[in-house]
Design a protein around this ligand. Structure first.
Ligand code: MG
Length: 259
């Protein structure tokens, strides 16, 4: 699985070999945006010598609003006829273990565990049947939401856009049966969401088609594919995690914004 990590002040990509607690160093650009082809070096690092970062540094995070039937029901929203899109700024992205900061402007912060798609190469007006060619892989995400601002504002820029509102990670898994993955969200060890990506209203290839019909997706960009039912509140001090079959667990915690 692909990770991004920091060591001695430098951020690089690596290949994580979970079984032996090691990371193989990748030199060059995994997206081949520059000329440097990615090279798997022979170099290996123990996991405890690196700091995991979000596995991608997207130019934008495109989110799908209602993509599980049971979540539409719990929010009392009609099923969408086409994917409902909104954006999170790139500054929402944080890596595994980096805390979610509880803003002073909200009194009702919610988690939404989601499967995230990481884009491999520039994608513009891609057809669903070609979508897999444009996908690097999949990771776990939390679409952190200030539910009170979402309801009061009428649109979602503030509610979804605070810094730290998009934890991503821990790694990007490529070869997955992505439309059949168990996704579990826990708060303080207690299961709050337990669903399967087979319950999505729009499939991932359909989402890539719909989003890329509007905006060009760049290498590293991320699509959050919607959350299942069971969304709920987070308080400062809470531990929250999202586990997706075949990818791993993204775990973080909530801290109060400083005065
Ligand atoms: Mg969401």
């Amino acid at each position: 699985m692909i990770i991004r990590y920091e060591r001695n002040g430098k951020v690089k990509h690596g290949w994580m070999v979970e079984e032996d607690n090691k990371v193989r160093v990748i030199e060059g650009d995994i997206y081949k945006i520059q000329s440097a082809k990615p090279i798997m070096t022979g170099l290996e690092l123990p996991l405890d010598e690196i700091v995991l970062k979000a596995p991608s540094a997207p130019s934008k995070v495109v989110c799908i609003g209602i993509n599980y039937r049971d979540h539409a029901a719990e929010m009392d929203i009609d099923l969408p006829e086409e994917p409902l899109m909104f954006l999170k700024p790139s500054t929402t992205v944080v890596g595994p273990g980096e805390p979610i900061v509880y803003p002073k402007l909200t009194q009702n912060l919610h988690y939404e565990g989601e499967l995230a798609v990481v884009i491999k190469k520039e994608a513009k007006q891609v057809k669903a049947e070609d979508a897999e060619d444009y996908i690097l892989g999949f990771t776990c995400a939390i679409d952190v939401t200030a539910r009170d601002l979402q309801m009061s504002d009428g649109q979602w820029t503030r509610a979804k856009g605070f810094d730290t509102f998009c934890p991503l990670g821990p790694a990007i898994a490529a070869k997955l049966d992505y439309q059949n993955l168990r996704i579990v969200t826990k708060v303080n060890g207690e299961v709050r969401q337990d669903a399967n990506t087979s319950q999505m209203i729009f499939t991932i290839p359909q989402l890539v088609e719909a989003v890329s019909a509007v905006m060009t997706l760049l290498p590293g960009d991320v699509i959050l594919t919607g959350t299942p039912s069971g969304v709920g509140e987070l308080r400062p001090g809470d531990e929250v995690s999202v586990t997706i079959e075949g990818i791993g667990t993204l775990a973080t915690h909530v801290v109060q914004a400083e005065e």
